[in-house]
Design a protein around this ligand. Structure first.
Ligand SMILES: *Cc1c(COP(=O)(O)O)cnc(C)c1O
Length: 388
């Protein structure tokens, strides 16, 4: 059976070149980077090279990169680290209703601890408005955190404008850029961000490693204690091979970005056109300001979960909502914030394309989909309009 992977927003396959660079750091060069002997120095040098690579990819300086276990940790470190560092200045945090849970839930946790959290609404396309940010800012605002591109519907936020606003007001601005890296240009100066999170496994790197960009001069309280690694902001023996993999993966991700994105976009557009030709379907997310590989559609009168299982039987992998929330019956908070009713939200499917997808993959999905939808709808008690 043909296997078609269309869930790149959940994770990606490790690039072979990346693996090749990582392997020696799991075996031969196994030293602890904090050791001063040659084994340690070899590992240290590899980490610093990776740091340079990440910095170069983002238009940052090497000393502004802090390696973490992924974006979840980078997001927690940002929000808790700023909240604590600037507690005497104020207690107000601004975020959006469509953030990844690593940002959203951390903000809610701080709210329980007494912080004042503004959760900005989004429009029907999942877009945060710059004016809404401007209106929400007060003298007590200590952090604004808005994602660069949404993981469920792919909507690309006006980060550069929001960043400009925050800079004028002297407020640290964080963006979760996980879904953007390797798909759209990401430069910390062009985006006017002070903190930025990323995760290697979303761009063909290894799992369990990511980074936080921390602009020089941005105050952050330590969160974990126990060592001097990563400027004490992320103590603990480094994931050397993972960090090496992250460095190589981001270098490859930003290389030839435009032709890669154009190719993926063309495949995505073909899939979109084919799926929307099925009756009672609807595009979720912004029609233009959207990641090239993202396609989120609602297929009415069908449960997203049932569709996923039927597609899986045909070798096709996609998701409904985000991988983290699948398995729960609650509709995605992102789709709800966009104003979708429960029915439409439950019928949503996210396809996320990547560099290995081909025209044949898309043809295959479009070939099997109509029958699956028709079969599931024929079993649906709420579907009446479909008798062909
Ligand atoms: C995947 C993802 C994360 C979390 O990354 P981890 O590697 O699981 O820590 C955070 N934000 C967004 C937007 C994501 O897509």
């Amino acid at each position: 059976m043909r296997k078609v992977y269309l869930d790149h927003a959940a994770t990606t396959r490790l690039n072979e070149e990346v693996l090749k660079e990582m392997l020696p750091y799991l075996t031969e060069h196994f030293g602890n980077p904090s050791s001063i002997h040659s084994y340690g120095r070899k590992a240290r040098a590899a980490i610093e090279e990776a740091r340079e690579r990440v910095a170069t990819a983002l238009g940052a300086a090497a000393e502004e990169i802090i390696f973490t276990s992924g974006a979840t940790e980078a997001n927690n470190l940002t929000i808790r680290g700023i909240a604590r560092a600037l507690r005497e200045k104020g207690n107000h945090i601004i975020t959006s209703a469509v953030e990844h849970h690593a940002v959203y839930d951390t903000c809610l946790a701080l709210q329980k601890e007494g912080f004042d959290v503004t959760i900005l609404p989004v429009d029907e396309y999942g877009m945060v408005s710059v004016n809404a940010v401007a209106d929400a800012i007060t003298d007590k605002t200590i952090l604004v955190s808005i994602m660069l591109a949404n993981n469920e519907v792919g909507t690309i936020m006006p980060i550069a404008e929001i960043g400009k606003l925050c800079r004028e007001r002297g407020i640290p601005f964080h963006t979760d850029a996980v879904q953007a890296i390797g798909n759209i240009p990401v430069n910390v100066d062009n985006l006017n961000v002070d903190l930025l999170s990323l995760s290697a496994h979303k761009f063909y790197g290894p799992k369990g490693v990511g980074a936080l960009y921390l602009r020089k001069g941005t105050r952050l309280s330590v969160y974990h204690h126990g060592g001097a690694q990563e400027r004490k902001l992320r103590p603990g023996t480094e994931n050397v091979a993972g960090i090496v993999g992250l460095g190589k993966a981001i270098e490859l991700a930003v290389k030839d970005l435009e032709p890669k994105a154009n190719r993926i976009r063309a495949l995505r557009d073909k899939l979109q056109e084919g799926l929307l030709a099925i009756e009672h379907t609807k595009l979720n997310g912004h029609p233009e300001q959207r990641l090239p590989g993202n396609l989120n559609v609602s297929i009415l009168y069908v449960e997203g979960e049932s569709l996923i299982l039927s597609l899986d039987l045909k070798g096709i992998a996609c998701s409904s909502g985000s991988a983290c929330t699948s398995g729960s019956l609650d509709p995605s908070h992102v789709l709800m914030a966009m104003g979708l009713d429960h029915q439409t939200a439950h019928g949503s499917l996210r396809f996320s394309l990547g560099v290995d997808n081909t025209e044949e993959d898309i043809d295959y999905v479009l070939k099997v989909m109509p029958d699956i939808v028709a079969r599931l709808r024929s079993m649906s008690p709420v579907y009446q309009g479909g008798s062909k």
